[in-house]
Design a protein around this ligand. Structure first.
Ligand code: SF4
Length: 382
């Protein structure tokens, strides 16, 4: 899937920092994190289940494969988390599946596009709902959410292009089952079309500035792939470091003094961690993709967990029908470590494998044999 430079998912960052777009050409190819991969797999479950609802008016009731198309193992908690989204959407859209779309690409211009998880339009109420599933734990607010505004504008334009009457009101729903927050798992933001239009103006104005050398640090730096090359971010980090160096030991501090110091250190750590993560990505890119020697570090193979081969449940039941009750849960097989305890090696070698987890860069004194870079493998025809 191609990602837009001015996309919906990164709108919060580029709308607040025009300069971040100018740094994109310096950035190494994105390294998918484990959390992002899990999120992609969970989105695939949601899409599959809701498409089944749309076509058959009931949840998907077949046997799931052992892993998602992006090779992430499926497990119980993932299904339970998606239950929250699927039940919520199925409930709200029950009488309106014909006007409900999953994984729909929407665009604000040729360069500004994104894919919304679910959009549902009610011509009777002239109301549009946009649903966004978040698999992560970090709280994401629904109100004043740039990504939400971007998707709502895109969805309205989509209706317009299809000749449907424009909605009078629009609601953005965030469904975040893994985030425990006093606002709950489901949060909403409802706007009139006029109010949404002011967001469209704001996003459009930000898009015109994008790529200029105006840098602006803030919470959106968390999502910026250009941090290692950003002078503004480094100056902010340096400012915090200077404050840390100037600190004196606290003697019998008051609650206010402790609160003040904690706030400053928390902010400093946020910026320092962002610098560290950005440098980690760059060092790995130099070693793996550019084949450079990073002094004091080596590439090693990542450890991975065992996964099931495609059709593992059928193979297992053909070889060991006696294990049906013990090895199968309602929706999938029990986890590989638990299955290994109850089957022989010759059966496990047929249905389990260790996927390639890629490499990581570690200090030379760490455990693990050094392995060749991608560039060296390519030259040696490995
Ligand atoms: S790190 Fe922050 S200030 Fe620097 S380019 Fe990225 S978003 Fe802008």
């Amino acid at each position: 899937m191609s990602h837009a430079v001015l996309g919906g998912s990164n709108c919060f960052r580029w709308a607040n920092c025009a300069g971040s777009v100018a740094l994109l050409h310096l950035i190494p190819p994105g390294l998918p994190t484990e959390a992002a991969e899990q999120g992609t797999a969970a989105h695939w479950i949601v899409e599959t289940r809701l498409n089944h609802w749309k076509e058959h008016e009931r949840d998907f009731d077949g046997v799931w494969p052992s892993y998602a198309p992006n090779n992430v193992s499926l497990y119980d908690e993932m299904f339970e988390a998606t239950d929250v989204m699927v039940e919520y959407v199925a409930d709200l859209c029950a009488l309106n599946w014909g006007n409900t779309w999953m994984e729909r690409r929407v665009s604000l211009s040729d360069e500004m596009f994104g894919t919304l998880d679910v959009g549902s339009y009610s011509p009777m109420y002239r109301h549009l709902d946009v649903f966004d599933y978040k698999h992560g734990r970090m709280f994401v607010p629904a109100v004043d959410n740039y990504q939400g505004a971007f998707y709502m504008v895109g969805a309205v334009r989509d209706l317009q292009e299809r000749g449907l009457p424009l909605p009078l009101t629009v609601t953005f729903h965030i469904i975040q089952p893994n985030c425990y927050h006093h606002e709950g798992f489901i949060r909403k933001w409802t706007l009139t079309l006029e109010e949404l239009y002011t967001w469209w103006e704001k996003i459009w104005a930000a898009a015109q500035r994008a790529g200029t050398h105006e840098f602006n640090t803030g919470s959106w730096c968390e999502y910026c792939p250009g941090t290692a090359s950003c002078k503004a971010h480094w100056e902010k980090t340096q400012g915090y470091l200077n404050q840390v160096i100037a600190m004196q030991p606290l003697e019998s501090p008051s609650a206010e003094q402790i609160a003040e110091r904690k706030r400053m250190l928390d902010e400093a750590m946020t910026f320092i961690k962002q610098q560290q993560q950005a440098v980690d990505v760059l060092a790995y890119h130099m070693a793996e993709n550019q084949g450079k020697h990073v002094p004091g570090y080596k590439l090693v193979q990542r450890n991975t967990h065992r996964k099931y081969v495609e059709g593992a449940a059928d193979i297992l039941l053909a070889l060991r029908p006696d294990l049906a009750d013990k090895a199968l849960k309602p929706r999938e097989l029990i986890s590989p470590p638990n299955l290994i305890k109850i089957i022989d090696n010759d059966v496990s070698s047929l249905i389990l494998y260790k996927p390639d987890g890629g490499k990581r860069l570690v200090p030379v004194e760490s455990k693990g044999a050094a392995v060749a870079s991608k560039l060296a493998e390519w030259f040696n025809g490995e």
